[in-house]
Design a protein around this ligand. Structure first.
Ligand SMILES: C[S@@+](CC[C@H](N)C(=O)[O-])C[C@H]1O[C@@H](n2cnc3c(N)ncnc32)[C@H](O)[C@@H]1O
Length: 386
């Protein structure tokens, strides 16, 4: 998922310290900002169960409860992968485990699922959630980049006789960031929340977004914004960033948003590119709702996390980790990703590596885009190994 801040979750004003207290009169602490001060103040649904009323209420408004992630295009993913009892599955982007949960419920009791994610904070919470749902036996979770999926072949991942895998029947990747990552201001992924310009999905990555912004030349900034963000105002934004950092380094998401706004106007450059979708009205609406900093945030995030490099390595290795007749499904959210996946599948079928592939990226239904705006740029690609 590449939308750096669409569809803010939660909602409702935060409550302030001192409010509602009884006893001797105390001066109410003044809240000076226009927004709730911290994440938990803003998102009251944090800690509530996914089936709670508050979550249902937020979803009914087309938003995603904070601390959760709504899996995208689930019917289409299941139709592409066709999970069956006994299948050995790799979910390369475990996230909240939404897709993994659906796959796990279809492969048991003889199946197994390896869940990978590079985000340490995601891994343990999702493993606990899926184990509490009764999938612990089927599940192995590793903190790893999916570029290295092949290293798990032959590794003892599960206990007992089912220990090692010789290859996967199903491989799934849902690229980009999760709603939990976007919504947490401390991660710096979203223009919507002020926070440190970090953007690392994996804390072991050496350079944060702020460090990249301090280091890149103006030409490199322009190239990054164009290549990873399809940003038409790349030159103006890069110029503004360079001017700004001569005064002081960019440290926060707000610093970056300001540069973009100064370069293109607060609602200037229009929205992100949304490819053809079955519902023009929904597309127009989502375009209108996009913030001019969306593309800049996406581009920087892709750079910080070397997302195209990881995808290229994953696609190269895919034929070697899929079993004969095995199926792969990949959800892309960006034109560069989509092109790279389409090309790899075309080359694979031309070389006889794949028996069948999706002819083009499958778009979400208009109903899903309306219900979950974060799905709007999703495209699903699939392949069946020869
Ligand atoms: C869009 S979310 C996946 C959501 C998941 N399908 C669900 O339903 O909850 C993408 C996840 O993949 C992880 N991720 C991104 N790039 C990765 C990579 N190269 N290797 C492993 N995990 C990655 C992110 O940390 C994030 O948690």
């Amino acid at each position: 998922m590449n939308d750096a801040g669409a569809d803010a979750p939660g909602g409702g004003a935060g409550h302030h310290a001192g409010e509602g207290s009884s006893g001797p009169h105390r001066r109410r602490e003044r809240y000076r900002g226009t927004h709730p001060r911290n994440f938990s103040e803003r998102y009251k649904e944090l800690g509530a169960a996914p089936d709670s009323e508050i979550h249902a209420h937020i979803r009914a408004q087309g938003r995603t409860p904070a601390g959760t992630h709504r899996p995208v295009m689930v019917d289409e993913v299941l139709a592409a992968l066709k999970p069956q009892g006994g299948h050995v599955v790799a979910d390369c982007t475990l996230g909240f485990g939404g897709h993994a949960e659906l796959l796990l419920s279809r492969i048991g009791p003889g199946g197994r699922l390896l869940g990978l994610d590079i985000d340490e904070t995601t891994i343990s919470a999702t493993q606990a959630r899926l184990t509490a749902l009764g999938f612990g036996e089927l599940l192995a979770v590793r903190r790893s980049n999916f570029a290295g999926l092949a290293k798990f072949i032959g590794e003892p991942l599960w206990s007992g006789e089912r220990a090692a895998v010789e290859g996967f029947n199903l491989i799934f990747a849902d690229l980009g960031v999760s709603s939990m990552q976007i919504d947490n201001p401390q991660r710096g992924f979203s223009y919507k929340h002020d926070g440190p310009l970090d953007m690392r999905m994996d804390q072991r990555i050496r350079r944060t977004a702020a460090e990249w912004l301090a280091k890149l030349s103006e030409a490199e900034l322009i190239e990054t914004l164009r290549e990873f963000g399809d940003e038409p105002a790349a030159e103006a934004i890069a110029g503004r960033i360079v001017l700004r950092r001569q005064r002081a380094p960019l440290r926060t998401t707000r610093d970056l948003v300001r540069c973009v706004e100064e370069a293109v106007g607060a609602r200037g450059a229009g929205g992100r590119s949304v490819e053809a979708s079955p519902d023009d009205e929904a597309v127009e609406r989502t375009k209108r709702e996009s913030h001019p900093a969306t593309r800049t945030f996406q581009a920087l995030r892709m750079l910080v996390n070397d997302e195209m490099g990881a995808l290229a390595a994953f696609l190269r290795g895919l034929p070697f980790v899929l079993r004969a007749g095995g199926r792969a499904a990949i959800l892309t959210f960006h034109s560069g990703e989509a092109k790279m996946v389409a090309r790899a599948l075309e080359v694979g079928i031309a070389q006889g590596v794949y028996a069948a592939i999706s002819e083009e990226g499958i778009a979400p239904t208009a109903a899903e885009v309306r219900d979950n705006p974060r799905s709007r740029s999703a495209r699903l690609w699939w392949a069946v190994k020869q």
